[in-house]
Design a protein around this ligand. Sequence first.
Ligand code: AMP
Ligand code: MG
Length: 416
Amino acid sequence: MGMLAVKEAEAIILDLVQPLDRERDTEVVDLLAGADRILAAAVTSQLDFPHWDNSAMDGYAVRYADVQSCSAEQPAVLEIVEEIPAGYQPQRSIEPGQAARILTGAMMPSGADTVVMQEVTRIEGDRVFIHSAPESQAFVRHQGSFYKAGTSLLPPGILLGATEIAVLASAQCTQLSVYRRPRVAILSTGDELVTPEGPLQPGKLVDSNQYALAVLVAHSGGIPQMRGIVPDEPEALKSAIAQAVASADIVISSGGVSVGDYDYVDEILASLGAEIHIRAIAIKPGKPLTFATFTPNTTQHSVLYFGLPGNPVSSLVTFWRFVQPALRKLSGLSQSWGPKFVQARTYHDLRSDGKRETYLWGKLHLVDGIYEFHLAGGSHSSGNLINLAQTNGLAVLPQGIKAIAPGEIVQVLQVI
Ligand code: AMP
Ligand code: MG
């Protein structure tokens, strides 16, 4: 198993992702709790939209035949038999020579087929004079013209936002079937690591990956399970990984996957029965990345294991590039779970040694509607977490490309 190209590794990973099950992996939530969740079942309504013919204007509901040849010189004169505000059911049918005063959104009375807007009318007593012929069926929103009862209202696999919640509310769907959120166990490996609260003795380093990865998992729709710091001891690591695999859909570890003497992760995965698919990817930062699957002995789906490199930038770049799309695909999204690349004009000179696909972090700005990429200032070492703050894009230099000059176009992975 050599070093895989980024595209090859991506394909291997995404092909092995089994989305959550549409029956088993769902829960029913109230309408508002459905926001930011993924719909698990198609929604069909028994209502037409609009529910009945209604007026799009304040004006008069008329019979087209009565007004089709009127004009300013020869206005049509109709008897007003009723006023219909929004929210009320008409009580009268419109006969020839009659009209109803109607307000926006109000139900059309039977017999009427057209609305004349009030601007071309004049009132005398209980009669309305119409000075201009409308088009047939003008300003009538017809029942079922937006949506026909019994057809598909919303498909499964979509993320529910404000507009979808509004559609579901108007269809009176107050209980929604959504996918459960995937559980993602996160553990950090390394004897050098301490918690942000712990004493920072010489040689020690704060475990920042645990926090960054937890935030990214939550942003991506998962439930992060922070499983803490595991020392570089095979037995401790083995039991931590075994427990994580038993409780999660995805396990992410950081650290311990390179070829250093204290790097046990691959060995342990093999001893726990995992199938290792990837050991290294031609990406910078992030080369030593382990991807494995645990095939379950029950009806559960398999557990994905990502062993990310420990360097803070490497672990985040590989999360964005490989883990996030896998997590989003697993979560039940039917589309748009993939990484989002945009084209940008680079503001700075971008450089790489050309050996591996290189990701340079920085900021995307919209300048006159066109993306511009600004490289983060400071060191682009994979150990430098500090200048990663405020990153919203990773510029990609493909393998073999050593430089992209200012003003040239570069592909940028949008990240959150
Ligand atoms: P490793 O992949 O274990 O060889 O770690 C590579 C580098 O990343 C080392 O300098 C570690 O100290 C650092 N590192 C490993 N894990 C973490 C972590 N959880 N948070 C911050 N830095 C880490
Ligand atoms: Mg380590």
